[in-house]
Design a protein around this ligand. Structure first.
Ligand code: AP5
Length: 215
């Protein structure tokens, strides 16, 4: 099962991908997580990516494709991929098609999480992430642990540097201008595209995802 989880910043892609990966032994490939890890480690790639991420702009396609190719080609054991935050441009989508063809693992579905801008801004402003294990919480839904420590590992909860209001606005604009046009690309392909209402509880969205993916 190879799936793209598609949607604007804050739609819940990472949250839903993590649950699916854990439940079904699928590999979650999040380009945002890969980039943040490179930034954390201070690698040259991370240094290059950081200024784009902090400005809410897309990291250049060549950088992203190098990262993804390494992960996809190196994965021989998982039961499939859940792509979270990739592809984001037509060039990335075309490169993905070629990569999957080369390794003989076709795309089974694109699932779009639909959420309005006002909700997205609220969610992103309230997001807190564990600095150690990457677990994601939200102060607005009451699920963030009291005391600011991660429930899973005790790590410190931090706010992502790109979750600040001006950067959130820019990320939403970049999504509309550069990423949303991909829906047309997949609409023309033979891959099924399912659009789900992402403005429901995490459990309701997950149940709907399982339904459309026949899991
Ligand atoms: P990336 O990390 O991919 O960020 P994004 O796409 O902006 O998505 P987010 O991680 O912000 O949101 P999400 O949809 O995963 O939501 P989440 O589940 O966390 O990219 C960051 C940057 O890296 C980009 O701006 C770019 O610079 C660069 N980049 C990454 N990939 C790239 C690529 N392919 N090409 C070029 N550049 C790239 O949920 C958000 C919050 O809401 C959480 O607090 C969560 O707890 C809460 N929440 C989730 N679901 C619900 C729900 N149903 N109800 C209530 N709250 C919910």
């Amino acid at each position: 099962m190879n799936v793209i989880l598609f949607g604007p910043p804050g739609a819940g892609k990472g949250t839903q991908a993590a649950i699916l990966a854990e439940t079904y032994g699928l590999r979650k490939i999040s380009t945002g997580d890969l980039l943040r890890e490179a930034v954390r480690q201070g690698t040259p790639l991370g240094e290059q990516a950081r200024r784009y991420m902090d400005a809410g702009e897309l990291v250049p396609d060549d950088v992203i494709l190098g990262l993804v190719r390494e992960v996809v080609a190196g994965d021989t054991s998982s039961r499939g991929f859940i792509l979270d935050g990739f592809p984001r441009t037509i060039r990335q989508a075309e490169a993905l098609d070629r990569m999957l063809e080369e390794i003989g693992r076709p795309l089974d579905a694109v699932v779009v999480l639909d959420v309005d801008d006002e909700t997205l801004v609220r969610r992103l402003s309230g997001r807190r992430t564990c600095a150690s294990c990457g677990a994601v919480y939200n102060v607005n839904t009451g699920d963030a642990p009291v005391g600011g420590k991660c429930r899973r590992c005790g790590g410190e909860l931090v706010q992502r540097s790109d979750d600040e209001p001006a950067t959130i606005r820019r990320r939403l604009q970049v999504y509309r201008e550069q990423t949303a046009p991909l829906l047309e690309y997949y609409g023309r392909s033979s891959v099924p595209v399912h659009t789900l209402d992402g403005d429901r509880s995490i459990a309701e969205v997950q149940a709907d995802l399982k339904r459309v993916l026949s899991l």
